[in-house]
Ligand binder design. Structure first.
Ligand code: SF4
Ligand code: SF4
Length: 423
């Protein structure tokens, strides 16, 4: 049976495991389809890229697998079944969806702190009032049940004009009216503990907490059963099998219950945020699996700046470890948070050169998201400078979504990044 893959972007590469599983069942990928005319009549991942009409004319007997990112997948399902009249049964990964006002965090995120479960961490103005439930270490089911109830109530309130202002979401730029999956399953879980950490980055939101972490908190972390937590989510069908688990906030290589945390999430794709001061073989093996990645914030191009920004003389060691992870097959995204201390030519050029030496393919640039002030133009200039140099050196650049800060839209315009913002 002919299998048409819809969406010839970077998400397609992550979907190839699933596509291969269908291949074993007799579905043979024959082409990609993409709306982008620049991609049409080229090849992607060894297959020709056509426009959909061409593919439908060429292959009578076809099935479709949508390989776009989740942010557009549901719009694509509606376009395929609506505009093109394709039957749902022909779309192998079809999911029912409904159009209403919501946001990605609200729909599919769960963030776990030492004491709470919540879903939104976008900005300081929301954090003051963000909805959250207590994480009962003794009664995981109760915490998860309360979380679901609160989330569903918030979504209902947003649709109701008389209750919208009861939510922190009223007026939030992340709210969008679009198709959302009706199953409302969790697709992203982020661990946001206050782990101990070797560094003391000047922008760290946990800066005081991670260095003052006490024995009691560590004991509590050790006692908690993460395996039971994920089993509860799975048994109640609340988490999607293709969910991504982010080991974010704090430093996973230092956490006292690292083995238990890692053991509980081996079946999921992982997004591992580490400072790479330590190389960890167990983490390398998990991160090297298809669909997983690692994100390392370096924020400097020379040793002195690294020490100034991060509080430890570990610049060379960090790039060496990044190289080791890449050699193990890990997709490593190296991040640069622009600050007054690192926004100069020497650091920008040094960063790119070190990335290339370590074999890095993707970099992410960001501003300090916890500082809501407008960025000085000189920093914006250096951001633009880095984007230009990276393009010349064929590095892919991800720009973290800056809309949470006061000059988000200005920054977006100044950097000329209409598309391509990461979540
Ligand atoms: S405040 Fe904004 S980002 Fe947070 S849940 Fe509400 S709409 Fe989403
Ligand atoms: S590496 Fe992360 S947790 Fe550690 S100090 Fe820096 S920002 Fe904070």
């Amino acid at each position: 049976m002919n299998l048409i893959l819809y969406g010839a972007g970077k998400y397609a590469a992550y979907a190839m495991d699933e596509v291969n599983a269908y291949r074993k069942k007799g579905f043979e990928p024959v082409c990609f389809c993409d709306k982008d005319t620049q991609k049409q009549d080229t090849y992607y991942l060894g297959l020709p890229v056509l426009n959909l009409e061409q593919a439908l004319r060429k292959y009578d007997d076809y099935f479709i697998f949508v390989t776009t990112g989740n942010n557009v997948k549901f719009e694509v399902f509606h376009e395929l079944t609506g505009k093109f009249g394709i039957m749902k049964e022909r779309i192998l990964n079809f999911e029912e969806s409904r159009k209403y006002l919501s946001c990605d965090f609200l729909q599919s995120d769960m963030i776990i702190s030492d004491t709470e479960l919540f879903w939104c961490c976008v900005s300081s103005y929301v954090q003051a009032t963000r909805p959250k439930v207590e994480l009962f270490t003794e009664d995981v089911s109760k915490s998860i049940g309360n979380f679901q109830k609160l989330k569903e109530q918030t979504i209902r309130d947003i649709q109701d004009k008389t209750r919208q202002d009861k939510t922190p979401c009223v007026g939030c730029v992340k709210l969008m009216e679009k198709y959302w999956p009706i199953d409302n399953k969790i697709k992203s879980v982020a661990f946001g503990f206050e782990y101990p950490c070797q560094l003391s980055c000047c922008y760290c939101g946990h800066r005081n907490a991670v260095h003052k972490i006490d024995a009691e908190a560590i004991k509590k972390q050790r006692q908690f059963s993460w395996t039971k937590f994920f089993e509860t989510l799975e048994n109640n069908e609340l988490i999607s099998s293709d969910a991504i688990v982010a080991l974010a906030s704090g430093e996973i290589t230092c956490t006292p219950n690292k083995d238990a945390v890692l053991a509980s999430v081996t079946k999921y794709s992982l997004g591992i945020l580490t400072n790479a001061v330590l190389y960890d073989e167990q983490i390398a093996l998990l991160a090297a699996r298809i669909g997983s990645h690692m994100n390392v914030s370096v924020d400097s191009g020379i040793r002195e700046t690294y020490k100034l920004v991060k509080g430890l003389d570990a610049f060379d060691r960090v790039f060496e470890n990044i190289g080791k992870y890449i050699a193990k097959g890990v997709r490593v995204i190296v991040k640069y948070i622009f600050l007054p201390q690192n926004s100069d030519d020497e650091n920008v050029i040094g960063f790119i050169n070190n990335c290339i030496k370590a074999g890095v393919k993707e970099i992410e640039i960001s501003r300090d998201q916890l500082n809501p002030d407008a960025l000085p133009l000189s920093i914006v200039e250096q951001m633009r400078n880095m984007i230009e140099i990276a393009k010349i050196k064929r590095l892919e650049v991800i720009v973290s979504d800056p809309v949470e800060v006061t000059d988000g839209w200005r920054l977006k315009e100044l950097l000329d990044i209409e598309g391509g913002l990461s979540k």
